[in-house]
Design a protein around this ligand. Sequence first.
Ligand code: NAP
Length: 249
Amino acid sequence: MNQKRVALVTGANKGIGLAIARGLAEQGLTVLVGSRSLDNGVAAADEIGPDAHAIQLDVTDASSIAAAAARIVREFGRLDVLINNAGISHAGRPGMSFPEIMQTNSLASASLADVRTVWETNVFGLIAVTQAMLPLLRQSDAGRIVTIGSSGGSMGENAKPDNAHRTMYGNYSSSKSAAHAATLAFALTLEPTNIKVNIACPGHTGTALNNFSGARTPEQGARRAIELALIGQDGPTGTFSDENGPVAW
Ligand code: NAP
């Protein structure tokens, strides 16, 4: 069995996931760099260093998830931290214009196929990966699950008439609301165990997800998730927060 704590980060080949993986490796963990393209995962793991290992993981593919779980058992013998980071902002196909992408974000005009594509990754993928990794996390004496959520998916904030950003609340944001709800459900179910489950909001971070429009760096976006991955047994569970404190559900 690996002597160091082992963390799996989904979608860790770039963006906030890569920064989380790097940060956890710097804290002395063995990090599994989940990536749907193994080549991209290998490049990211090489960049992080010897404590990082690429693992093929497409969160929408049941056989990929099962193979990843089996490999973690076989090669590392433990899993202490799961970061549910993989996400997509739209079902856009290459070459789509911005207005076309916005159309797929409005639940009033999006095709159900486009809605499903986003929810398959952001919601069902999160549930499937968490279920697959739970047997390993239950064996850890300090299992931690962190979902990368979004204040843009806060139903409380979007219900406020004076919220200027609420017109953006659509397919992506509602999928993040559902991801928050699913994460809370895991937290409540796992309350009697050693596993703590929390949601970290990275803030508006410049990544491929938003065409690099965010002001924060991936390293800044990763900070709260890294803190929650490393909390002690006296730490919280079932919370939603960013670096400044609680975020409205
Ligand atoms: P990003 O740079 O586009 O990274 C997204 C990652 O998810 C990539 O590694 C991508 O892999 C991966 N991914 C997508 N679909 C996948 C699948 N089916 N299976 C496995 N991996 C998959 O975006 P990011 O901003 O870092 O996003 C990370 C998380 O932060 C997301 O959950 C997002 O909702 C959340 N978030 C971001 C912001 C922000 O401002 N950026 C704000 C709030 C929340 P590929 O390289 O193969 O596409």
